[in-house]
Design a protein around this ligand. Structure first.
Ligand code: AMP
Length: 614
């Protein structure tokens, strides 16, 4: 079994994730997160929120999944969000053409090649249809738009699309969001939500799906003035696989600090470099194995339509590198497009420290001349004159000035433009912010973290599988077991589980089967600690109780317990007695007092204490 298959088998068996709607035959590319998976997902999302929203001081929003067509006309997704498709002439199956080339040749990033070249490579390497094994040579390689289309309301007059990235829900609302940020750059807006792509060939369980969760941050900055706090991460070592290295035969990954990567111009944008540093530490914290992790720069042909420099965080599973996050410097692409298409103002007013006096060139064209002269184009000619005066006032130095409208030149006598240059005082200017974007795919991160934490060893002569998840990410923090379901061990264990839950820990109670089997079940879902209540716990508890009873002549707690009531209902006095606490990775066990157990487990799971310290 490959690493991925082994993982998917465990994921289905233990409730991390499984194919959706299988009662009806299922639909490829849609997965349901089960109880363990949903808990892991929300822990990873919380860790993301903590690092990229709270610690960075950014804001989070939640925008709709469906957006109207003009949004995607403006963003470029309607025209350019395509993958290469090839259809089998024999069986009609459709495949992602660049992936076929990658799977059957040494070429790594076929996505960056033109369609014709991919078609030639399919013929040259005799690539066959994976479904029916007929040759795909000479089959056209076309573009396929990945967006899911829908209709907003009845009828088809108002097409909409399921968003292919959460980012557009932030860009479209920029004018509003900028107001909330008091129009002060830089500011960041984050969103965790669903994105939808009608992938041609979904594959590798969570890796390529049609509905997935993204965690995206759009950080709006003044390109002239704002700088990232690079010093905070400058010593973080980045495993970088730059574009130039990918294009030479002996090129490879280089380990550079964030500062070196910027100084050597390997990473062009300081903002991107900053987030590569922040993210390296974050991935480590959530359980990505740094020996199976790298940052790879996009090749020129591979870059998205909006990005000027782009790096992917990639993790290795099964010998394949998977893109788990894209870091893009999107410049002012998105805000300019939305400004142009919507006619709204997508700028920020930047106040100067002191007002300045400048020469301002303006025109006030004589429409009684422009009208008869240029007919229907007169308005556009007037607009073009105004733009030219702003851009290049020297053009009005001669007797005539020429402007282009719809590819046609129009010449106007300068005295009909009422051109003038006046001194004006300006308090500031409108600027279009640039955007730096880290875009995380939560499902691929979950897949990576699970694959990288999957461990096997031998315990008591038997092979054991466990997930070495960082305690903070584990779906369950503590498993609580009574050694046997009798003699009050069950009642005490239930009380302890309740107390731990009340303290905010995620707890599973399990009283079924042999204790060894229960440990294995928790090992397989990555539960870092298990608490077992045994006969000794009862003895400790009742001995201490007797001592406390004779001292205070309080009601016997054992009577409460046998009547099914919590022994702590009579007050919050500390509980005597001890339990066994077992650590997942070492399987080491220690006897710890029940009193203060929640605090101890909390400290262990946040890393404030180690098991060895106990
Ligand atoms: P992109 O906008 O293509 O750079 O995607 C941003 C992130 O979303 C990627 O780094 C992936 O982690 C994730 N992603 C993109 N497409 C898919 C998909 N089909 N299935 C799962 N995750 C995806």
């Amino acid at each position: 079994m490959s690493e991925g298959e082994r993982l998917t088998e465990l994921a289905k068996r233990r409730g991390f994730y499984f194919p959706s709607s299988s009662a009806y035959g299922g639909a490829a590319g849609f997965w349901t997160y089960g109880p363990q998976g949903a808990a892991l997902k929300s822990n990873i999302e919380d860790a993301w929120r903590d690092r990229y929203v709270v610690k960075e001081g950014h804001q989070e929003i939640s925008a709709p999944d469906v957006m109207p067509e003009p949004v995607f006309e403006a963003s470029g997704h309607l025209d350019g969000f395509d993958d290469m498709i090839v259809e089998c002439g024999e069986c009609g199956a459709t495949h992602r053409a660049d992936h076929l080339v990658e799977d059957n040749t040494d070429i790594e990033e076929a996505e960056s090649l033109p369609n014709e070249e991919v078609m030639d490579l399919i013929a040259e390497h005799g690539i066959e249809c994976p479904s029916c094994h007929t040759s795909l040579a000479d089959q056209p390689v076309d573009n396929f738009n990945l967006m899911f289309e829908t209709n907003i309301g009845p009828g088809s007059s108002s097409p909409g699309y399921l968003r292919p990235e959460t980012a557009q829900g932030i860009f479209v609302e920029f004018p509003q969001l900028s107001e909330y940020a008091r129009n002060q750059l830089p500011f960041g807006v984050a969103q965790i939500g669903k994105a939808y792509r009608n992938e041609i060939s979904p594959r590798k369980s969570l890796v390529r799906v049609r509905e997935f969760t993204q965690a995206e941050l759009e950080h709006f900055v003044d390109p002239e003035e704002d700088e990232p706090p690079l010093a905070e991460v400058e010593d973080v070592v980045l495993p970088l696989y730059a574009a130039a290295e990918q294009q030479t035969d002996d090129g490879g990954q280089r380990e550079l600090t964030v500062r070196e990567a910027v100084d050597e111009d390997i990473v062009e944008s300081e903002w991107v470099a900053y987030y590569l540093g922040v993210s390296k530490e974050w991935y480590e914290r959530i359980g990505v194995d740094m020996d199976r992790f790298r940052y790879r720069q996009h090749l020129a042909g591979e870059r998205a339509h909006y990005a000027s420099d782009c790096w992917d965080a990639e993790s290795e599973v099964d010998g394949d590198w998977i893109e788990i996050t894209g870091f893009a410097y999107r410049g002012d692409y998105d805000l300019s497009k939305h400004a142009k298409h919507s006619g709204e103002d997508y700028t920020v007013f930047k106040q100067y420290d002191e007002p300045i006096t400048v020469d301002r060139a303006t025109v006030d064209p004589d429409m009684s001349y422009l009208g008869p002269e240029f007919g229907g184009s007169a308005g556009a000619v007037a607009d073009a004159l105004e733009a030219l005066a702003e851009r290049n006032p020297d053009a009005f130095d001669d007797d005539e000035v020429t402007v282009e409208v719809d590819g046609k030149s129009h010449t106007v006598p300068v005295d009909k433009t009422n051109f003038s240059v006046d001194e004006v005082t300006e308090n500031g200017e409108h600027i279009r912010p640039h955007v730096v974007e880290p875009s995380f795919g939560v499902g691929r991160i979950i897949y990576t973290v699970l694959a990288h934490s999957y461990e096997t060893d031998e315990v008591d002569g038997e092979e054991r599988t466990y997930l070495g998840l960082p305690p903070e990410q584990a779906p369950t923090t503590v498993g609580v077991f009574p050694l046997m379901d009798k003699d009050g061990m069950d009642d005490l264990a239930t009380d302890i589980a309740d107390d731990l839950r009340a303290a905010g820990l995620s707890v599973t109670y399990d009283d079924s089967g042999a204790i060894g089997r229960r440990y294995r079940r928790q090992d397989e879902v990555g539960t870092p600690y298990c608490v077992t209540v045994d006969y000794e716990s009862l003895e400790d508890d009742s001995e201490a109780q007797r001592a406390s009873d004779s001292a205070s002549s309080a009601e016997p707690r054992s009577a409460n317990r046998s009547s099914g009531q919590s022994p702590r209902e009579d007050g919050d006095e500390p509980r005597a007695g001890t339990v066994t606490v077992r650590e997942r990775d070492t399987t080491e066990q220690k006897r710890l007092p029940i009193d203060g157990l929640a605090e101890t487990l909390e400290q262990l799971s946040t890393g404030d204490r180690t098991f060895d310290d106990l």
